[in-house]
Design a protein around this ligand. Structure first.
Ligand SMILES: [Zn+2]
Ligand SMILES: [Zn+2]
Length: 126
C-alpha cells in the first residue's frame, strides 16, 4: 500500500476518535480504543482499513452511528450481540459458534432430521 494512504487512514482514524470524545463510552478508558457501531444493523461500512479511504462526508455520516469502546467493553458488547443474533437452541449457534449445549444440540439434530445429509445415502445403490 502506498505510504500516503496509510498515513491518511491513521490521520482519519485519529480525527474520528477525537470527534467521538477520545474515551470509552462505557468506562472512560483512553487506551486500546475501538470504533463501534452502536447499532450494528445500521452499519454501512467499517471505519477501518479501506473504509477510511472514501470521502470524508461519507465517513462522517458513519461516525454519527458510532461510539468508542475500549477493547474489553467492545469484546463484551460483541458477546451480547452474538447472544441476540444467534441465541442458544439455534443451528447458527451450533455451527458458527460451535456451542454444544443441549438446546443447540437438539436444534441441530432436528435440522438434520429434516434435511438428511447426502452422506447417509452413501453406498446405497438405487
Ligand atoms: Zn471501556
Ligand atoms: Zn448453546
Amino acid at each position: 500500500m502506498r505510504e500516503y494512504m496509510k498515513e491518511r487512514r491513521l490521520k482519519r482514524r485519529g480525527q474520528i476518535i477525537e470527534l467521538l470524545g477520545g474515551a470509552c463510552a462505557q468506562c472512560g478508558d483512553i487506551e486500546d480504543l475501538q470504533i463501534d457501531h452502536k447499532d450494528p444493523t445500521t452499519k454501512k461500512f467499517k471505519l477501518s482499513g479501506k473504509g477510511l479511504d472514501g470521502s470524508w462526508d461519507c465517513i462522517l455520516s458513519e461516525v454519527k452511528k458510532c461510539q468508542l469502546l475500549c477493547k474489553k467493553d467492545h469484546g463484551e458488547k460483541s458477546r451480547f450481540e452474538t447472544e441476540a443474533m444467534a441465541p442458544h437452541g439455534t443451528v447458527t449457534r451450533y455451527l458458527k459458534y460451535t456451542c454444544r449445549c443441549d438446546a443447540c444440540k437438539s436444534a441441530y439434530a432436528k435440522k438434520r432430521k429434516r434435511y438428511p445429509s447426502r452422506q447417509s445415502n452413501y453406498g446405497v445403490s438405487a
